[in-house]
Design a protein around this ligand. Structure first.
Ligand code: GSH
Length: 316
């Protein structure tokens, strides 16, 4: 675990000293947009770098499936552990298919040899201009939602105009208390910081449980970006966050509506292939030595995401 400082790799854990023990996620720095400034949407031009463990990268893999981009955007997948060199590649299935780099930070240096900042997944790479289009998953999924529509013929819209304000509001709330909320619990280094994040997380989960009582998705009948962003955290919750990040007030299986909802989304065509639970568990329990020094990976729990969700009738 580390970061680049003026193009040099340094092995450092997150600094929580200046924030009273609170984990603060840094802003992504590459924020170009497909279609703008010479980044035309073209089949085969862009490459996606992901980790199967990472909930932010997971969103982009889901949108690649939903929007039928598999033949147009290829993917390289890092190995599950993130240790002193950050994200790494290996031979075979986990190679950097474009440049055979050993470490992801080498790709960042290829884009900017003086880069300072964290080296995160996902990365959307432009093979033509040899640079990073974006390392912000929220932007990448928005681009995938529409930029390639004329190429794929897939016009499904997960960010429809009339619902955009509602989606943005939900995203903000769910990002800060749930998606990033679990990290705020897990990476807190002071008791009050942890308890504050824990309370906010379970307050939101309880509100979401209520909301999903009479409706299939967060915004009613229509499946939107907000659902997919919530899904990647919920699907990891019982196997990882509950124990490793100490978010143990309740499991997702203890919330009937949320549990049915996760199964419903898991069983959506193309999605289950993007959930690689072995990488998820290995990454968290094996990479965060300050939280789990032995690196032992718990065997359980048994989770049956294929149980019928019984939520279809809610959208009729
Ligand atoms: N805002 C970014 C966050 C991505 C992110 O933090 N990814 C984590 C993995 S889950 C990462 O690569 N962390 C490496 C680090 O912080 O050094 C996004 O949503 O794309």
């Amino acid at each position: 675990m580390g970061l680049l400082v003026d193009g040099q790799w340094q092995d450092k854990w997150y600094d929580t000293e200046s924030t009273g023990g609170r984990f603060k996620r840094s802003e992504s720095q590459f924020r170009n947009w497909l279609g703008d400034d010479g980044f035309a949407a073209e089949s085969g031009r862009y490459h996606l770098y992901v980790s199967y463990a990472c909930p932010w990268a997971h969103r982009t893999l889901i949108f690649r499936q939903l929007k039928q981009l598999q033949d147009h955007i290829d993917v390289s997948v890092v190995t599950p552990l993130m240790l002193e060199h950050g994200w790494e590649f290996a031979d075979g299935e986990r190679q950097d298919k474009l440049y055979q780099h050993d470490f992801l930070y080498q790709l960042y240096l290829q884009a900017d040899s003086n880069y300072s900042g964290r080296v995160t997944v996902p990365v959307l790479w432009d093979k033509k201009r040899q640079t990073i289009v974006s390392n912000e998953s929220a932007d990448i999924i928005r681009m995938f939602n529409s930029a390639f529509n004329t190429i794929t013929g897939n016009h499904d819209d997960y960010y429809p105009e009339p619902l955009q304000n509602d989606i943005n509001e939900l995203n903000e709330w769910i990002y800060s208390t749930v998606n990033n909320g679990v990290y705020k619990c897990g990476f807190a280094t002071q008791q009050d910081a942890y308890e504050e994040a824990y309370a906010a997380l379970f307050k939101t989960l309880s509100a979401l449980e209520q909301r999903l009582q009479g409706q299939r998705y967060l915004l009613g009948d229509r499946l939107t970006e907000a659902d997919w962003r919530l899904f990647t955290t919920l699907v990891r919750f019982d196997a990882v966050y509950f124990g490793h990040f100490k978010t143990n007030h309740k499991r997702i299986v203890d919330y009937p509506n949320l549990w049915g909802y996760v199964r419903d989304l898991y069983q959506h065509p193309g999605v289950r292939d993007t959930v690689v639970m072995s990488d998820i568990k290995q990454h968290y329990y094996g990479s965060h030595k300050t939280i789990n020094p032995t690196g032992i990976i718990p065997v359980g729990p048994q989770l049956d995401f294929l149980q019928p969700p019984q939520r279809q009738e809610l959208s009729q």
